[in-house]
Design a protein around this ligand. Structure first.
Ligand code: HEC
Length: 115
């Protein structure tokens, strides 16, 4: 006695179970995503350089890098930092925007922060 129909039904069941497993894994995934430390954003400011720094300085890395800079760092330090980003890493920063970005950086992360 042969029951080909029975065997076929089993295979269909196994395939369906795998499909459900994949679907539920995919659906559960967004709930388990941990935000990487990359979530750090530029510190908000009324300075005109803020928007420009947001546009130019978190393209490649998070703003967390700014937080690790010494708060005693003066304007020339930030000036060379921004220039280094452009020259060494090819950061797409317009030369015309640099003074405002540097001004924002030194007043937000450097030694010109409001006391
Ligand atoms: C084209 C990509 C790119 C852009 C855009 C960019 N950076 Fe960077 N930055 C880098 C790389 C690469 C490093 C080195 C990362 C490393 O060593 O892990 C870095 C490192 C840094 C550091 C850490 C200190 C150091 O000396 O390495 C600071 C601070 C920093 N960047 C500031 C800025 C600022 C401010 C801007 C905007 C003016 C900016 N970055 C835009 C690529 C970029």
């Amino acid at each position: 006695m042969n029951h080909p129909a029975h065997g076929k039904a089993r295979i269909t069941f196994v395939v369906a179970a795998i499909a459900v497993g994949i679907a539920s894994t995919a659906m559960a995934a967004p709930k388990t995503i941990d935000l990487p430390p990359d979530g750090v954003q530029m510190t908000p400011s009324a300075l005109p350089g803020y928007a420009k720094a947001q546009a130019s300085c978190v393209v490649c890395h998070s703003a967390e890098y700014m937080l690790y800079q010494p708060p005693t760092a003066a304007r020339p330090y930030w000036d060379s930092m921004v220039k280094r980003m452009k020259v060494v890493f090819k950061a797409p920063i317009d030369d015309a925007d640099m003074p405002e970005i540097i001004d924002y950086l030194v007043k937000t992360y450097g030694n010109e922060q409001p006391k």
